[in-house]
Design a protein around this ligand. Structure first.
Ligand code: BGC
Length: 750
């Protein structure tokens, strides 16, 4: 489709080539270009994803310098742990409202890249190791933002799963792995939420820069998924502007002024770039500008947004363990240890950094209900020279307490956009202090603040309780106080596996690559898919999280309607979930699918549904999930399409990937795809296809006793060279297969 007939066609046609080229570049760091004589105004783009970072001046690209105050909502790591699409939609709407108030047209987020390795420096900005979950949560955030008439930009498309060498590294990923793990979250966001824009990644994908990867930006994104919005570059991702335009990238940010606009104009003049390609891109920019015109200014209720941030942060807190129900706190003498209680770490560094409207500290919030608590910092975040003395002081203070609450976490310099971690450990000063506290008489509750998973081994075994709070935004301090004191019953669940050791993680041997390439050698076995397939022990599994109450799962029943071959298969899973404890609580019910043994290796369980239920003590509720053929399918590289193998699928429902409460098998019929039968197909492939076998047997013929001739009558030989392509066997004498025969049986219309 040319823009001559597309969005804003008349306006585009009225522009000179130079103006069209200018429209497809920004005018500065955060704005598109205006073409005043044509009545086209500039619009503002701003980070994203968990709050705004509007820099009214030129800006410094990353960091908060000069940015306007905005609500710092929980980062994606914390938001995701809520598994709550409704709440994430509310957060999105609040960010959208703030965007309206600050004159922003497009919010640069969410990031739905998969947490391939726990070491990725930007994991705090991403949702999960699971594509189904990332896609649903990303779509909720996009719908929320866009409900305000503000655009979202789902990023970073695609396979941007590390920071090391991020502008150049080639993510070398086979197509099945891309289709099953690294693309589905984008696919779901695009098809379910219609983001106004998609941001391409910095890196190369299988050797081709994402910014000029036609397969990604046009064939998959637009032709297959029907994306009708605008593709914007990540900031500085464009290498060859003309190639990027031709591949489907519409808007370059920030503009490489005087370079790429000139290149585009020259390419159109020389015929190297079709003018229609430029028109299409300019039309998309224009459509974005027009979409943004409809948005109305807004006023912000800063307190209400802070309260929402607190609710969201509390819901993202994961109670990993709670021995002897030490939580919620009932003890009289509470000793709070850890500088993070007073100086919270609540967001990550880099382009997502928000200048918060205010910041709660856990210490202040706890003191509201526990005015007599003792606080000792335990370690110093800036001057390690003080750690020893602070640790001694903490151990002494802890001796007189009924319970110790230790606030630990990663210091800001340990994780950020721009670089990856090299280990998963908490700083030694903190683990040494913790060991000493654990040797003391009082039970220790550990409260963690970190954007990416940290190792909990071996100390978590001796801790009475562990709360993983991730980076919970500006209201994280109040949120953790709510959970510690029982005002909020925790319902967060892990969206990534917490391993026992870094070495156990599936990408360990292939991260972050070398000499410009990172090989995704673990294939589809990412996160829990790998741990479960290898039956490898973990510290805490994907989906895990405790509550102050308990839940029962009963009466799983599966109904089947339609069929795979009819393209209308619907599986409905129904069950009942009951709150068996004494307090109200929220359960995150998870549904996993396990495929029967088939032609390709499949993970034993893959998340295909989840929902949250709020239940009063003793109450039960019906829960229903609907699945389709795609939920059972794998991407066949051979057939270049989704394939459902026939057989019995295991539908498993539970409270984590390793806490499966109910399972049911469901038989699914499906006609497997037929191999392409020609000279390159093996003899065995010919013989396993009913038509192929009949044609081959007829062509080879039988001897006087009616037995198949040549190799078809020799079972032993068939086992040895049955995996040779037919054309190869034709060269061997005495097998009954000749080149003429191969030509005959492979003739079209046979
Ligand atoms: C980041 C993007 C961000 C952009 C604009 C880039 O460095 O990768 O996520 O939206 O800068 O700040």
């Amino acid at each position: 489709m040319s823009a001559r007939a597309g969005p804003g066609a008349d306006t585009v046609a009225s522009l000179t080539v130079a103006e069209r080229a200018a429209l497809c570049l920004g005018s500065d760091f955060w704005h598109t270009a205006a073409v005043e004589r044509a009545g086209i105004e500039a619009i503002t783009l701003s980070d994203g994803p968990h709050g705004l970072r509007v820099q009214p001046a030129q800006g410094d690209h990353v960091g908060i310098s000069g940015s306007l105050p905005a609500t710092c909502f929980p980062t994606a790591s914390a938001l995701a742990a809520t598994w709550d699409v409704g709440l994430i939609g509310d957060v999105g709407a609040a960010i959208g409202l703030e965007a309206r108030a600050q004159g922003v047209a497009v919010v640069l987020g969410p990031g739905v890249n998969i947490k391939r390795s726990p070491l990725c420096g930007r994991n705090f900005e991403y949702f999960s190791e699971d594509p189904h979950l990332s896609g649903r949560l990303g779509a909720a955030l996009v719908s929320g933002i866009q409900s305000q008439g503000v655009g979202a930009s789902v990023k970073h498309f695609a396979a941007n799963n590390q920071e090391t060498d991020r502008l150049r590294v080639s993510a070398d990923v086979d197509e099945r792995t891309l289709r099953e793990i690294y693309l589905p979250a984008f696919e779901h966001v695009v098809t379910a939420a219609g983001p106004w824009t998609v941001m391409c990644a910095y890196n190369r994908v299988n050797g081709v820069h994402a910014s000029q990867n036609r397969w990604l930006l046009t064939e998959v994104l637009r032709d297959e998924w029907g994306f009708d919005g605008l593709v914007v570059s990540d900031w500085g991702a464009v290498v060859d502007r003309v190639a990027a335009l031709a591949a489907g990238l519409d808007l370059e940010m920030p503009p490489n002024l005087g370079v790429s606009d000139v290149a585009v104009v020259d390419a159109v003049a020389s015929g190297a770039l079709e003018e229609a390609v430029l028109d299409t891109a300019a039309g998309r920019v224009l459509r974005l500008v027009e979409r943004a015109r409809a948005r109305r200014p807004a006023e912000i209720d800063v307190d209400a947004h802070h309260a929402l941030a607190r609710r969201a942060a509390a819901r993202g807190i994961v109670l990993l363990k709670n021995d002897g129900d030490v939580l919620p706190l009932t003890a009289a003498r509470v000793c709070v240890v850890g500088e993070f209680a007073r100086t919270p770490r609540f967001q990550g560094a880099g382009s997502s950094e928000v200048n918060p409207t205010r910041v709660d500290t856990a210490l202040d919030e706890l003191r509201r209900t526990q005015p007599d608590l003792t606080f000792v910092p335990g370690f110093d975040l800036t001057d390690p020279g003080r750690d020893g003395a602070l640790s001694d002081e903490a151990v002494t203070a802890a001796r007189d307490a009924d319970v110790v609450v230790a606030f630990l976490g990663l210091p800001p310099e340990d994780e950020s956009e721009g670089f990856d971690r090299t280990h998963m450990d908490l700083p030694a000063a903190q683990t040494t202090l913790l060991d000493r506290l654990l040797d003391g008489p009082a039970p220790v509750v550990v409260v963690l603040a970190n954007g990416s998973a940290v190792l909990l081994t071996p100390w978590h075994e001796r801790a009475a309780a562990v709360l993983e709070c991730w980076l919970g935004g500006q209201a994280a301090g109040g949120a953790v106080a709510d959970v510690l004191t029982g005002v909020v019953n925790p319902s967060g669940r892990l969206t990534e596996t917490i391993p026992l050791r870094l070495q156990d993680t599936p990408s360990y041997l292939n991260f972050p690559g070398e000499e410009g390439h990172v090989r995704y050698g673990e294939g589809v076995f990412v996160g829990y898919r790998a741990f479960d397939a290898a039956d490898r022990p973990v510290a805490y599994p994907f989906g895990h999280g405790l509550s102050y109450t308990g839940f029962d799962y009963t009466d799983l029943a599966i109904d089947t309607a339609g069929s795979v071959d009819g393209d209308d298969l619907v599986l409905t899973a129904r069950l009942t979930v009951t709150n068996t404890g004494a307090v109200a609580g929220r359960e995150v019910v998870q549904l996993y699918v396990g495929a029967p043994p088939g032609r390709v290796a499949r993970p034993p369980r893959e998340l295909r549904g989840f929902t949250t239920v709020d239940l009063a003590p003793g109450d039960g509720t019906a829960v229903e999930f609907t699945l389709g053929a795609r939920d059972l399918a794998y991407w066949s590289t051979a057939h270049r399409r989704w394939v459902v193998d026939p057989g019995t699928y295991r539908i498993a429902v539970g409270a984590s990937s390793r806490d499966i409460r109910l399972t049911s098998g469901v038989h699914v019929d499906a006609t497997p795809p037929r191999p392409r039968l020609d000279g390159s197909a093996t003899l065995q492939e010919w013989l396993t296809d009913p038509d192929g076998e009949a044609a081959l047997r007829a062509a080879v013929g039988t001897d006087g006793d009616g037995r198949p001739k040549g190799i078809l009558g020799d079972v032993a030989l068939l086992r040895v060279i049955g995996n040779f392509p037919l054309a190869t066997l034709a060269a061997f004498p005495g097998l009954g297969i000749t080149h003429d025969l191969v030509r005959d049986v492979t003739r079209p219309g046979r």
